[in-house]
Design a protein around this ligand. Structure first.
Ligand code: IPM
Ligand code: MN
Length: 369
């Protein structure tokens, strides 16, 4: 029997539609060569949706996402100047991304920081620091902390402007994401780095208390506690010490971008945002308005997000592995895009669409062998 899946496609802003156009080709190939029927449901989301529909996350998009089996989201947002044309609460981050995360309680954000041995030329780190490449799974709590806490700004009795922004977590929120961290550690090297700041933040004190309770359920996982600031240094000096890392929302936001830095580009960072009933998949990077419309953005993070969806939402492990192999093979053949190698004038520089062609050729060959 054919397995049919509905996928909401939120292409987003700036480079979003360009890289999304390449990523959805994976579904066409799977429909052709497997007993699968992916139905793609495009919907407006982000700054472009605000201009066309008056809201960054329009009601019709919400309804469509509710009815989908999984959501594929491109990057959203505009340049600083362009964003100013949109009211603060409707700007793509506050008006679309955070409400999407809240709607589906996507508390566990998987951000692989991965560079195969054959791709270490992309990294700014010396080959001697990453002789085996980089292979870290960063798990970021995604629906709590400062991003979702109470906020208030005003003017105090002395006439001075103030702001309050609260970092809020309940023990249940902490426990559920820590369990995901431990489960992933069990599937990998049985080592979990707990990233915290308990020397200063009470939220980290509670986080670590809950961690000690959860740890009892996973006696086969070694826990290493590391302060978030020290973790930032360690990621540069010796990323090989990390396997699975787990942390609260803002620490994860910052360290995952640093992860993109040690890979050489955020364009190499796909991600999965997992909720209790629904998951959505997105590149970890922004919409790069500076390179939009030039057909130079590498679609790796968007195609990789599809690979993560195939595996994590639909259990299509072999197909996901083929997508990764196809992309790896394209890089190994020496092809690259201008955003990843701005200083290369090499003939192996290809456009977004050509990179897509090269990946799909290889993927088709893998699917038909
Ligand atoms: C990310 C982004 C988002 C975040 C923004 C765009 C709301 O930076 O996914 O890392 O801060 O979580
Ligand atoms: Mn971020």
């Amino acid at each position: 029997m054919t397995n049919a899946y509905k996928i909401a496609i939120l292409a987003g802003d700036a480079i979003g539609p360009e890289i999304m156009a390449q990523a959805v080709r994976v579904f066409s190939l799977l429909n052709q060569h497997r007993d699968l029927a992916f139905e793609l449901l495009p919907a407006p989301f982000g700054a472009s949706a605000y201009f066309s529909h008056g809201h960054a996350f329009p009601d019709e998009t919400k309804a469509l996402c509710d009815s989908a089996d999984a959501i594929l989201k491109g990057p959203v947002g505009l340049s600083y100047e362009e964003s100013k044309k949109i009211p603060v609460e409707e700007q793509a981050e506050r008006g679309a991304i955070l409400p999407l995360r809240a709607r589906y309680e996507t508390f566990a954000n998987f951000r692989p920081i991965y560079l195969s041995k054959d791709m270490i030329q992309f990294s700014p780190l010396k080959a001697s620091v990453i002789p085996d490449g980089i292979d870290i799974l960063l798990i970021r709590e995604l629906v709590g902390g400062l991003y979702f806490g109470k906020k208030d700004r005003g003017v105090n009795s002395e006439g001075r402007r103030y702001v309050h922004e609260t970092l809020e977590y309940t023990e249940d929120q902490i426990r559920q994401v820590l369990r995901v961290g431990f489960q992933q550690a069990q599937k990998r090297k049985h080592r979990l780095h707990n990233i915290h700041k308990s020397n200063v933040l009470m939220s980290s004190v509670l986080w670590n208390e809950v961690l000690e309770e959860v740890q009892v359920e996973f006696p086969d996982v070694e826990v290493i506690h590391l302060l978030v600031d020290a973790a930032a240094t360690a990621l540069c000096l010796n990323p090989g010490q990390f396997d699975v890392m787990v942390m609260e929302n803002m620490f994860g936001d910052i360290l995952s971008d640093q992860g993109g830095g040690i890979l050489g580009s955020l364009g190499l960072m796909p991600s999965a945002c997992m909720g209790p009933e629904k998951a959505y998949y997105e590149p970890s990077h922004g919409s790069a308005p500076d390179i939009a419309g030039k057909n130079i953005a590498n679609p790796y993070s968007m195609i990789g997000s599809v690979a993560m969806m195939l595996e994590m939402s639909f259990g299509l492990e072999q197909e996901a592995a083929h997508v990764w192999s196809a992309m790896k093979a394209v890089f190994e053949a020496g092809y690259t895009t201008a955003d990843l190698n701005p200083n290369t004038e090499d003939s192996s520089l290809v456009s977004t669409t050509e990179f897509g062609d090269l990946v799909m050729d290889r993927l088709e060959a893998l699917l038909t062998n």
